[in-house]
Design a binder for this molecule. Structure first.
Ligand code: CP
Length: 313
């Protein structure tokens, strides 16, 4: 694996998940990457990604150094050939090039602007780091994907599933007060398809995800029909891809409740966090034994550890 920006970077998915599970059983292996340096660059807030990746690096004997580049770094210019006479103090060519000389692996976290779909889906920032840093890049969530989250999600499903048949996994949209990126649902869809799950998506009309991420998985606009007999339900809010970044409806009938859970096969309920209680998922579900969101968050450490271990070898 040269970089970790999507499931397409993973040559053996099952092996990576098994590696993450084995790190959970025996996390502290400081000889694996002793003395290596991991840079973690954040343009956006984070609790889980930031902490879990630092713990993962420490477990491998590596040192993680965090820069809130959106707050503490210079404003970055991305345009090739720009005459930098505005408020951008440093070009990405130098910023990424310098960081490439300090670290062995670089993690980059950015959110989409949700204004211009072509810009967000071009992954300008991630691509620039890959072009100019000259070292392996880990996506800590980008404009279109959140692969470390998806690896932890797949690992969590495998841990909770003991039957021989493939589980039925349903991704369901939920309302939110803000327009949120499509990165988590895009990425989760890609990983479920790569893992050959029985996977479908349910959302109100106007919220269909880009077809390139859904890979032929059915989109069902009737939530009750979609949830029938589900073994895992992944609840997530996202803004419109079609009417880009807009929130065409906020139907609180889609807030995941005990009524929805009763339609499923006593499903495990997942969320990447942070979750707005009462709006996205009702307390009655989040506080029940069906909720496995804290397992997902815990598994972020071991997902990151499996990825860093491969990239630091
Ligand atoms: N799920 C996730 O990426 O959480 P943070 O935004 O807190 O990192």
């Amino acid at each position: 694996m040269e970089n970790f920006t999507s499931v397409a970077d993973v040559s053996n998915l099952d092996q990576l998940v098994q590696q993450a599970i084995s790190f959970k059983e025996n996390p502290y292996q400081p000889d694996l990457a002793r003395g290596k340096k991991v840079g973690l660059i954040f343009l956006n807030p984070s609790l889980r990604t930031r902490l879990s990746t630092q713990v993962a690096a420490q477990n491998l004997g590596a040192e993680a150094i965090v820069l809130d580049i959106g707050k503490d770094g210079w404003a970055l210019e991305f345009e090739n050939g720009a005459v930098m006479n505005g408020n951008k103090a440093e070009h990405i060519k130098e910023a990424a090039g310098v960081m490439g000389r300090y670290f062995d692996v670089l993690g980059v976290r950015t959110f989409p602007g949700l204004v211009d779909r072509a810009v967000d889906y071009s992954e300008q920032l991630l691509s620039a780091f890959m072009a100019y840093a000259g070292l392996p890049i880990v996506s800590l969530e980008s404009g279109t994907r959140h692969p470390l989250q998806s690896l932890a999600d797949l690992m969590t499903i495998q841990e909770h599933w003991t039957e021989k048949r493939k589980p039925k996994v349903v991704l369901t949209w939920a309302p939110h007060v803000k327009a949120l990126p499509q990165a988590v649902p895009n990425s989760f869809s890609e990983w479920m398809i790569a893992a050959q799950m029985d996977f479908s998506v349910t959302n109100p009309k106007g919220y269909d995800l880009a077809a390139e991420f859904r890979g032929g998985a059915p989109v069902i606009h009737d939530q009750e029909e979609a949830l029938a007999d589900a073994d895992f339900v992944y609840v997530k809010s996202w803004s419109s891809y079609e009417d880009y970044g807009k929130v065409p409806s906020q139907d609180e009938g889609w807030s995941f409740s005990q009524r929805h859970l009763s339609l499923t096969n006593n499903a495990k309920v997942m969320h990447c966090l942070p979750v707005r209680r009462g709006l996205v998922i009702k307390d009655e579900v989040l506080d029940s034994a069906n909720a496995i969101h804290l397992d997902q968050a815990e598994n972020r450490v071991f997902a990151a550890q499996a990825v860093l271990n491969q990239l630091l070898k």
